[in-house]
Design a protein around this ligand. Structure first.
Ligand code: F3S
Length: 392
C-alpha cells in the first residue's frame, strides 16, 4: 500500500492512493464550538428534511448530535473500533484479510436509538449537594457531559473512497467534497464498513448506499450548509480550510482582506483552538471541534488527539494532554483575534473566504472579494443616567 504523510499525526502511514491534499487551493472544512451547543438538533432536522426524507432513508441521520460520554449513533461506534486498533495503528495500517481498511458494519439494533444516552452525565450526582470546581487550578467537575455534533468529515484520506472496489466514491476537484456515484454503486457496502464515523448508509429500498454530500449545491452558490445556517446556538463556521496566510486577496480585489480563512486560523495558526475528532483513525477529518472547557482533559485527549505517548506533530504542549489543556484555556479566554472570529459564527449564511479583525470590528469577504459580513466584536453598552431599578 502507498504511504501518505498525515499532518494531524505528524508521520506517514499507509493509504491506498497517492495524493497531495494540502496543495488544493480550496477544501471544504468546518469548525464547531462545542461550548455553544445546546443539543436542540435543529441541525439534524435541517439536514434530514433536506437530504434523507425518502423511502429507505428513515434511519439515516447524516447529521446527529451525541451526548458525551454515553451517546453514540450507531451505538458505541467509536470505542468499538478503537478497541480493535493497536497503539499507533491507523485503520489503514490495521486492515486485514486483503481489505484496504479496518472497520465493521454496525448491527441493525445499533441504529435503532439515535438519542440513546442523551443528556446522561458522567459520574454520580450527589443529591442535594453543590458540585464545586476550580478550573483555574485544573480541578474539573467529577460530573460532566457535553454535546458532540457529528457529520461527514469530508476527510483528506477518505476511508469510504479507499474501500470501494467499484471506485464509486470520489473527491471533487474543486472543493474536496466526498461524493458517491449511485449509478456506479452496486451496494457492496465496503464503504459502510470502512468509514470510522459511520456516515455512508445503505438504502434497503434502492439497494445502493448513500452518503452525506456536504450540501454541495449550497456551497456552489456561495452559501454555507444547512446545518450551519440553521444552528440556533451559532456553534459553527464553515469555509475553506486550505486557505492559509500566504493566499492573496479574495477574488483578487485589493479592497478585500488578504490572507487566510477564519477557520484556517482556528485550526492551523499558532493559536490553534480547534481539534479533529479521533485523528488516530488516520483519515484526516476536516470537521474540527473547539473542545468543552469544563470536561477533564484526559477524556478529550483520547477523543481529539492521536492519544499516543510520543507527540510527533506541532501541537502546542509537550504532551497531547497538555496541548488539550492549552486549547481549552484558549477557548475559555479567547484572544481578541479568536473573539473576533467567534462573532462570525452564525453571522451570515454566505461563505466567508477571508476576514479581518480590526479594533472592535470583524469583517468577512466571499470568494469573489465581496464583503458579506461586518459586525462589532463587543456590542456597545449604554448605562442610563439617573436612578436605577434594583430589587432592594
Ligand atoms: Fe462501493 Fe459502497 Fe457502493 S463499497 S459499490 S459505494 S455500497
Amino acid at each position: 500500500m502507498a504511504q501518505t504523510y498525515n499532518p494531524q499525526l505528524g508521520r506517514e502511514h499507509s493509504y491506498p492512493y497517492e495524493h497531495r491534499e494540502e496543495e488544493r487551493d480550496y477544501h471544504w472544512g468546518m469548525v464547531i464550538n462545542t461550548n455553544r451547543c445546546i443539543n436542540c438538533n435543529t441541525c439534524s432536522f435541517a439536514c434530514k428534511s433536506t437530504w434523507t426524507s425518502g423511502e429507505g432513508e428513515e434511519y439515516m441521520w447524516w447529521m446527529n448530535v451525541e451526548t458525551e460520554p454515553y451517546g453514540g449513533y450507531p451505538m458505541g461506534w467509536d470505542m468499538r473500533l478503537l478497541d480493535d486498533l493497536e497503539a499507533d495503528q491507523t485503520i489503514f495500517d490495521a486492515a486485514e484479510n486483503g481489505e484496504q481498511v479496518r472497520g465493521y458494519i454496525a448491527e441493525k439494533q445499533a441504529w435503532e436509538y439515535p438519542a440513546l444516552g442523551d443528556d446522561q452525565v458522567h459520574g454520580e450526582y450527589p443529591e442535594g449537594e453543590v458540585v464545586e470546581s476550580d478550573l483555574e487550578n485544573d480541578e474539573y467537575h467529577d460530573i460532566w457531559q457535553f454535546y458532540l455534533p457529528r457529520l461527514c468529515n469530508h476527510c483528506k484520506n477518505p476511508a469510504c473512497l479507499a474501500a470501494c472496489p467499484r471506485k464509486a466514491i470520489y473527491k471533487r476537484e474543486e472543493d474536496g467534497i466526498v461524493l458517491l456515484d449511485q449509478e456506479r454503486c452496486r451496494g457492496y457496502r465496503r464503504c459502510v464498513k470502512a468509514c470510522p464515523y459511520h456516515k455512508p448508509m445503505y438504502n434497503p429500498e434502492t439497494g445502493v448506499t448513500e452518503k452525506p454530500v456536504g450540501c454541495y449545491p449550497r456551497i456552489e452558490e456561495g452559501n454555507v450548509p444547512r446545518c450551519v445556517s440553521s444552528c440556533i446556538g451559532k456553534t459553527r463556521l464553515h469555509g475553506n480550510i486550505n486557505r492559509g496566510p500566504d493566499a492573496g486577496p479574495a477574488g483578487g480585489k485589493s479592497s478585500a482582506a488578504s490572507g487566510r480563512s477564519p477557520i484556517n486560523y482556528l485550526v492551523h495558526s499558532d493559536e490553534k483552538v480547534a481539534l479533529p475528532l479521533y485523528p488516530q483513525f488516520g483519515t484526516q477529518p476536516q470537521v474540527f471541534y473547539m473542545p468543552p472547557y469544563h470536561v477533564p482533559p484526559e477524556f478529550l485527549t483520547q477523543m481529539f488527539t492521536p492519544n499516543t505517548e510520543v507527540k510527533e506533530n506541532e501541537w502546542p504542549g509537550d504532551t497531547y494532554e497538555e496541548s488539550v489543556r492549552i486549547v481549552q484555556e484558549r477557548a475559555r479566554n479567547p484572544s481578541h483575534e479568536v473573539l473576533g472570529i467567534l462573532q462570525l459564527f452564525g453571522a451570515t449564511t454566505r461563505l466567508i473566504e477571508t476576514y479581518n479583525v480590526k479594533e472592535n470590528r470583524v469583517k468577512g469577504w466571499d470568494r469573489n472579494g465581496e464583503k458579506v459580513v461586518d459586525v462589532p466584536i463587543e456590542e456597545p453598552m449604554e448605562v442610563r443616567e439617573g436612578e436605577q431599578w434594583t430589587n432592594q
